[in-house]
Design a protein around this ligand. Structure first.
Ligand code: ADP
Ligand code: MG
Length: 224
């Protein structure tokens, strides 16, 4: 059995909308081990992003438990969550979420600077080289293609050597050829031992992953 990276038990998330409650997650339990490449799939509105935000310590559940690297994170304060998030988790989003006025290099450096790391520049350059963008370090996001921007985002996600990388619809804003290239990059990172969890409504992306967790109406309906 590989080391457990994260485990959730009976996660529930209820959004209160005026008089009505939206039960975005309804009793989700799952365990992810080191080195897994997992897709969380489901229709729009099924709760995928909500689950990813909780797993990524961007949001807290209404009830249930969450253990990340053997720590109970469901009870942490906002500051403690932010520290864990910066140290243990890398994010890749559909819309890249790069800072527009910063170069590729500066975008990748940022999480290291937050962590007070002094070799930030050197490490950021190495991460850019890893995603094939050594020659684009000084480019700003609007001087790069969508695929290149997403590779910068992947370099940024890797920079703190996180326990797990979350990607929410990482190919959603890319043409299909570029999407395939980005998926190949995730596959390569996974082959090198990275634990990756991708969230998608696209069955083609899901087919790429060894493990597929299907959610509908805030519940896991299949896992395998
Ligand atoms: P998915 O990512 O699978 O499309 P979401 O996790 O974004 O689904 O949403 C799950 C459900 O929760 C949906 O019914 C959505 O409308 C609702 N929801 C998501 N975010 C919020 C929010 N901030 N406030 C209220 N309802 C929300
Ligand atoms: Mg979503």
């Amino acid at each position: 059995m590989p080391k457990t990276i994260l485990a959730v038990r009976d996660l529930t998330k209820i959004y209160q909308m005026g008089q009505t409650e939206v039960r975005a997650l309804n009793g989700v339990s799952l365990t992810v081990g080191a080195g897994e490449l997992t897709a969380i799939i489901g229709a729009s509105g099924s709760g995928k992003s909500t689950l990813m935000h909780i797993l990524g310590c961007l949001d807290t559940p209404t009830s249930g438990q969450y253990f990340l690297a053997d720590k109970d994170v469901s009870t942490l304060s906002g500051d403690e969550q932010a520290a864990i998030r910066n140290r243990e988790i890398g994010f890749v989003f559909q819309t890249f979420n790069l800072l527009p006025r910063l170069s590729a290099l500066e975008n990748v450096e940022l999480p290291l600077l937050y962590a007070g790391n002094r070799q930030a520049r050197e490490k950021a350059l190495a991460a850019l080289a890893l995603v094939g963008l050594a020659d684009r370090a000084e480019h700003e996001p609007n001087q790069m293609s969508g695929g290149q921007r997403q590779r910068v985002a992947i370099a940024r996600a890797l920079i703190n050597d996180p326990q797990v990388i979350f990607a929410d619809e990482p190919t959603g804003n890319l043409d299909s050829q570029t999407g395939v290239e980005i998926l190949a990059m995730f596959k390569q990172l996974n082959d090198a031992g990275r634990t990756i969890i991708m969230v998608t409504h696209d069955p083609k992306i899901a087919d790429f992953c060894r493990r597929r967790i299907h959610i509908a109406d805030g519940k896991i309906v299949s896992d395998g």
